[in-house]
Ligand binder design. Structure first.
Ligand code: SF4
Ligand code: SF4
Length: 369
């Protein structure tokens, strides 16, 4: 059933704080958007005053700037440098630790806490990215326990996009801009002259239980229609597009294409694109000890297929050239991912385009290939 076909409700902006309070009272750590350090970041949210009211972003190849909006929207930006994987698949996670006692090393319990998160403001492309990581971490032969524990308790308040970013192409990847599944509550932000309100759709029973703690009313048909038109218009204004017809086969056939050299001449193999990507999941492990040799830890940290060490096998790196590493990343993301996990590894969020320091744009590289 299309999300707009279900019963919908209205929360007035002056009652939105009740939603945050209800989630906190239920024991959730509420994470949402806030403007800090010149970007929209996903951080702890306690009050609606933490939202980036009146801010939007301007994005292009290697370019991101916050700028004021002409209205007081709270969710009037697109995707920022962080994705929700920072919380579900954290950049650093302890695997084990050990302490020397009486000449022996004793393995101690893992002290990493498992938070129960409520995410506020999850976009459709980001829900698709979470679904992709669910598939990778939970649905294969081995379940990844750190992700599983964080994911199990998650409460999702999604937001339909009211505008497309300069590097967005979710419409091409069929991952947005309308939220269709994977949420407990879904919002569409509406600003009509002085009237600031949210159209709300309930996705789960626990979403309904939270909504019952917030002042709300049934939405009128006219309000629902206006919200639908707002979201539909976004699909017509994507900053980028990518033709995915036969893309997997074309990329597999392009292994020796000269364009890989042209990209490699610009690529600094910094790995930014993999850090900001909401679906990239590769990790390595690091062991550390204190200077006295009394305490040791093994931590899992994000890694990237753009590092030399990532493909190090006895005697050297398999992908020693920038060409080999960029080709690996793009071909895995858009082609081999289908064979491995049954979907594309790209949700069209545009982060890798915006945060590439030299402005490499995968939609343009695919077009050139
Ligand atoms: S494509 Fe851009 S972001 Fe990715 S490794 Fe190369 S220079 Fe860095
Ligand atoms: S490859 Fe780029 S556009 Fe696609 S999901 Fe990753 S960061 Fe977003």
């Amino acid at each position: 059933m299309d999300f707009m076909d279900r019963m919908q409700f209205v929360i007035e902006s002056e009652h939105f704080q009740q939603l945050l309070d209800a989630l906190q009272e239920e024991g959730y750590q509420v994470i949402g958007p806030t403007a800090r350090d010149g970007a929209i970041l996903y951080e702890d949210i306690f009050s609606v005053s933490d939202f980036p009211e009146g801010w939007t972003d301007e994005q292009d190849n290697g370019h991101y700037r916050l700028k004021p909006r002409s209205d007081q929207a709270w969710f009037g930006y697109t995707t920022g440098p962080q994705s929700w994987k920072n919380h579900l698949h954290p950049p650093k996670a302890q695997l084990w630790q050990a302490q020397r006692e009486n000449g022996n090393f004793n393995i101690l319990p893992n002290t990493d806490e498992v938070p129960r998160y409520a995410f506020i403001g999850v976009r459709s492309c980001e829900l698709h990215a979470i679904a992709i990581q669910d598939n990778v971490f939970l649905n294969g032969a081995f379940v990844e326990p750190i992700y599983q524990k964080r994911r199990e308790g998650l409460f999702v308040v999604a937001v339909n996009c009211g505008q497309a970013g300069g590097t967005c192409f979710c419409a091409s990847m069929d991952t947005g801009p309308a939220v269709t599944s994977g949420y407990d509550l879904a919002l569409t932000e509406m600003l009509e002259e002085e009237h600031h309100f949210f159209i709300v759709e309930v996705g789960t029973e626990r979403g309904d239980a939270i909504l019952q703690q917030v002042t709300h009313r049934e939405a009128s048909e006219a309000e629902v229609n206006r919200a639908r038109k707002t979201v539909e218009a976004v699909a017509q204004h994507m900053g980028r597009q990518m033709d995915t017809t036969g893309l997997k086969e074309k990329l597999f056939e392009s292994y020796e294409h000269p364009h890989w050299e042209a990209v490699a001449a610009r690529c600094m193999t910094c790995g930014n694109c993999t850090m900001v990507c909401p679906t990239c999941f590769c990790v390595t492990v690091e062991d550390t000890t204190d200077l006295a040799g009394e305490h040791a830890e093994r931590n899992r940290v994000w890694d990237s297929c753009f590092t030399m060490d990532f493909s190090y096998i006895h005697g050297g790196s398999v992908r020693y050239s920038p060409k080999a590493r960029y080709r690996q990343w793009l071909t895995h993301k858009l082609a081999a991912w289908h064979e491995q996990f049954g979907t594309s590894g790209c949700v069209g969020c545009g982060r890798c385009i915006t945060w590439c320091p030299v402005g490499i744009d995968l939609t343009a590289e695919v077009e050139a290939l």
